[in-house]
Write a new protein. Sequence first.
Lengths: 375, 273
Amino acid sequence: MSQKIFAPWDDPDEKPLIRFENVTKKFGDFTAIDDLTLNIYEKEFFALLGPSGCGKTTMMRMLAGFENPTSGKMELSGKNIAGIPPNKRAVNMMFQSYALFPHLSVWENIAFGLKRGDMGKLDIAARVEEMLKLTRLSKFAGRKPHQISGGQRQRVALARSLAKAPKLLLLDEPLGALDKKLRQDTQFELMDIQEGTGTTFVIVTHDQEEAMTVASRVAVMDEGRIIQVATPDGIYEAPNSVYVADFIGDVNIIEGTAKPAGEGTYRLDWTENEAPFLATSEAPFSDGQNAHLAIRPEKIAITAEKPDDANNAVQGSVLDIAYLGNLSTYYVQLAGGRIIKAQTANTRRLSRRSITWEDKVWVSWSATAGVLLAQ
Amino acid sequence: MRRASWFNVTSLTLGFAFLYLPMVLLVIYSFNSSKLVTVWAGFSTQWYGELIRNDAFLDAALVTLKVAVASSTLATILGTMAAYVLVRGGRFAGRTLFSGMIYAPLVMPEVITGLSLLLLFIGLGMDRGVLTIVLAHTTFSMCYVSVVVSSRLVSFDRSLEEAALDLGCSPFDAFRLVTLPIIAPAVISGWLLAFTLSLDDLVIASFTTGPSSTTLPIKIWSAVRLGVSPEINALSTIMIGIVTVGVISASLISKRNAVKAQQDMQAAERGAT
């Protein structure tokens, strides 16, 4: 492996492009951002993910310069940018509504930012052509925004915000208005453009799939705080809290008390009637500490017979089957009433499926399949 | 097609007769060859000729036009600024009071507005003339402009201005290059409204006018007190004609734009593949 893995956040010598240091933003009594510290590095595709009202849009608006932090420090390439108005920042934003100027043509929309600088007429024209080519809009240069389709408008907005070659591009729910198919195509386009231009992207989204697809790192936010910052697989496979595990994807959460059972291994007592579950954890738990086992449905096997080699196996009956085409999710009810979700890929045609409603089945998983979380 | 019932036809006829019969009479009698207004003596356009030769009327028309253009332009600038601050200024101390106060002159009796302006001009020692009428008309018509413009600004997508700022505009440039072109139709209709209000104002103009500056409504009013002349009818017919042409062409233009925008939109959605 000669190719260097892109991970500037692991390099202590790397200087972050953006630094939030104990940033707090209040609107009256309401705290939108609560003592937040965060580094974002050059060339990153950074996603801010969270439910509405979690403060992700406020973060973005502070970066763009539309809001100023109540307290704390905000740096862009080492310079404090708090108080600098949006028109004096090397930051551009792609708006959720696209905010295309309806009275200007596609060409003029893209040229709008360039004309504000001291760029020559010929240079502006060349740059606009370049952006039109990049976003495959050359045919539509003369049209007005209302004369093109939603997907094309989205690309005009992207071209306009990239035209000034900003250090940082902010994208506020950039694909929210597109339908699912178009959204998936556009996600890959966005990633190509981000890689091609080498611009740092910060994207705000509430769509976790989108965040996982495009981002180099994801920050999960809640109530003005960042709960976890990690790579998409880190967020998914090693969530640091029940909140993150529950927010990203589907998960079974089993609450109980932990009991050390060898190095890095714990037993989770979760009910009186069944044997405890075995789980590994890097984080230490004391004897009798409250713990949650978070385990993804696709890591749970479902079989008619009891498997011999699984660390954890428990019997129940099939309550419901959610058929999604490529996958099926089985809702298995255990003796105590608890429901465990198990997911299998439908590698065979439906007619040959062996498990059906009300069947007695075994759900099983290994000790390393889940994550043990304190809270 | 459904047959119109007697009731509908009757109410329609009555309604329109009520609205337009006086004007129709006025237009007909403007073509009367008799000097007596109430006696029909055959078709003639002589009164239009008389009107063109009447310097007093022409002067008054010129003054009215000057006042209307100047005051409606001033009112549009001030009213747009006021609307912008009230819609965009966010919360500042006394905002509710301000927005209430800007609408108050709409319901204020004209006599009181006129009287208070007269007292102000006397107090300031200003000679009454074209300037004082312009100021007076600006005062009351800017409220109308600000109502029209602020109703447009309320529905204006604020992220357009933010996008302009984000792309490097100063706040003033953002207003000049983005906000103003988009709200232009509202600003123009505000101007037209102010222009019409100034054109037909009698009460406030007569309070604030001086000996050298008689506007058309004042001239007509004083002429009518000496008896209605066919010349006045001719003049009024011309005014009705101008207003009608203006209103019809304005509505035709806006309708054509709306239809065209809709067609463009449908074409864009069809072409989206």
